[in-house]
Design a protein. Sequence first.
Length: 405
Amino acid sequence: MSTTTDTPASGTAPEQNPMPGPLEGLRVADFSRVLAGPFASMMLADFGADVLKVESPAGDDTRSWVPPVDEHGVGTYFSSVNRNKRSVVCDLRTEEGLARALAIALEADIVIENFRPGVMQRFGLDYASLVGRRPDLVYCSITGFGSTGGAHLPGYDLLVQAVGGLMSVTGAQDSEPSKVGVALVDVVTGQNAVVGILAALRSRDATGRGQCVEVNLLSSLLSGLVNQASSTLATGEAPQRMGNAHPSIAPYETLLTSDGPLAIAVGTDKQFDALVRVLGVPDLAADPRFRDNSQRVAHRDALKVLLEEQLGARSAADWAQLLSAAGVPAGKVNSVAEALTLAEDLGLAPVVEITDSTTGRTSQQVANPIRLSETPASYTRVPPLLGEHDGATFAPHLQPTATGK
């Protein structure tokens, strides 16, 4: 796996970054906990923003979501979204803690919070309370269900997957509705928060004024339902669970081989022709039931039986190799470890090992997926211990560097 010691990563392998990150000089006061907010602030930190993670004396909830833990006893859930940050403890129930938190917020360019609506207002840390003193502040508020009718509802990913429709289209047709294997709604919401923050910063560049960015889990999920939501709006009919099959394409699902499932994603007639040729049943391409995609969708069950009769002769890995060579999108169903190995084999440098230059602690992390050719992500701090940087202040704002002179 790729490693880095207090140095950035770039391209397909981490290497020293000769330039400041694109967000260098931006100060982020991160009052968020759990996943969506910390994911967003970590993405900003990877590209150079100075992030102070403001925690209660009990710490981020995910610090106690163990096992598993890493070699330093830190919960891997917490570690996954909190690198490149410094942790300070502010007890908002005390005058001293609240004063410290307010000072951090007023020094920041960006505030991120994901408390229930009204909590930050109670402490005088909401956007309306801060904007008069910091009109250029970009304030990002992340909620589960917005700040109006759903303000009282708790924003947990499982709950949103359930009430937001995702579980209704996930799982086998004859099984109960199922959640996705990770807190995907939180991740999508965190990404939306980053986009909103960057858009607000771009506007601030032009106007000098900040603004409030609001994202919520339910709206993020509904947007992320894409074709499933679109079909519901167009037809008035709710899509159903189809297991690994696709409502509009066939064959586009997992099919059984001699030793397990194989994912086949045929999106064109040309790919279907290649598929049946490799399987040794080229006549299927001329069969009226399978001549084009709409017919294949209509007769998907019969097609699945015929394809699996052929696929049973070899292993998933064998078929994946043969079909990929013929231009048919296919692959075995990997474990997470196998997926990381695949990405490494493809030169994607999916893992970085960070060594903190101050403490010597190390942490293996999944690399930032965004690759910038000139100002790549950097990895300089392992996920912080609770209150590890108490008393820390933001780094001074960078002065613009003259170029072309």
